[in-house]
Ligand binder design. Sequence first.
Ligand code: DMJ
Length: 485
Amino acid sequence: GALMLSVSSANVYPHSYNYALFLTSFFFVQMMKFAWDNYKLYALGKNELRPLTKNGHIGNMFGGLRGATVIDALDTLYIMELEEEFQEAKKWVEKSFDLNVNGEASLFEVNIRYVGGLLAAYYLTGEEMFKSKALELGEKLLPAFNTPTGIPRGVINLGSGMSWSWGWASAGSSILAEFGTLHLEFLHLTELSGNPVFTEKVMNIRKVLNRIEKPQGLYPNFLSPVTGNWVQHHVSIGGLGDSFYEYLIKSWLMSDKRDAEAKKMYDDALEAIEKHLVKKSAGGLTYIAEWRGGILDHKMGHLACFSGGMIALGAEHAGGEQKQQHMDLAAEITHTCHESYSRSDTKLGPEAFRFDSGTEATATRLSERYYILRPEVVESYLYMWRLTHDPKYRQWGWEVVQALEKHCRVEAGYSGIRDVYTTTPNHDNMQQSFFLAETLKYLYLLFCEDDVLSLEDWVFNTEAHPLPVNHTNFKAKAIEIRACI
Ligand code: DMJ
């Protein structure tokens, strides 16, 4: 409890600060409880809560699977020691989570939320039930890889095994951030099942990527699973590209730094990004632009804001000059993302912000003004805090909490908002499952000590589900988790 914190950090923080920290962590636990209780009350068994109309939302990403919020919330409930709520969630998984379903599922979303959530729940608790469901679900994803190149298609019917590409993705292509965000989970599926097939599938994706030529060393977002060629030269560290880069550096870290190929791919990709996409605005803000066949689009999506944390994580392990250089870059990007929040009326950031015709870190289009409870900015605050201990990151995290309470908390949960530039309520009536998996988890960890899910022993998948690093003993049953407070 509180005592533990004051004793263990007595040398680091003055006593009053400890007490403030204790209250802060308590606050996040209450936020999580509020989000969970309302989901449970109005939407248990559906995928997400609609907090204004007080009902459930199913959506079309999970192909008949239900309980996205339950699976996404499991590890957060567990680490926050919300014991009763964790038991409720576990019971639902045990009794009601049905894997024999039909419908169009996103391979990527099912992997990061369901497989990742179940794996993390298993590693944290040692409960076999989570492991066997993760493996059973993993098996159902395999038919998506039956393509001429082995690059999986984006959509799969979990019942029939039929797979196809997203209708909106150009010319039947697969998306970099989707097929490039399977590696961490699939390695664990092999580890836990003893079946090499999962690892073979993701190693083959890497082989294809290494073989093809990359324009200026950059990775375009669309690839044909039939020919293995790029389909369109759009490059982005935000949506459609983002977590591919994240999984390169994290694959290396998860392998206890043995997977040198992943490290090299990460280093090379980052070098190309630095050279071609990193820019500074007239007002001195560093940002990462998007690239369309050689032409820059001076825009950064909220999704791209995870990159501050990723670059800091990589910098921590870089040598020589690069260490400082990359740490500075990470801090600058995180600063820019903070600016995108602080320049809005709600102190929450827009879906995308621009740096053109006099604009600096603000949205210019009506359609880009929304905030849907996304985690990327607080995710970067957490990594920056853990790696620098600059107290401003905790202050910035606290600003987010105040804004969430003021603008997103409604009677029955938390809701996204349609326009961050107005304080008139304009809720979107959706409590996204990643709010419980990621946003609240990262905020909580920001105010915990560094050894709670330490970056040495765990990597977070792109939905913030912690997976153990190889050296921590993959087969560990319940891995001991130090409490936050
Ligand atoms: C989450 O599902 C994951 O963080 C993913 O990497 C990106 N989109 C959402 C959160 O914004």
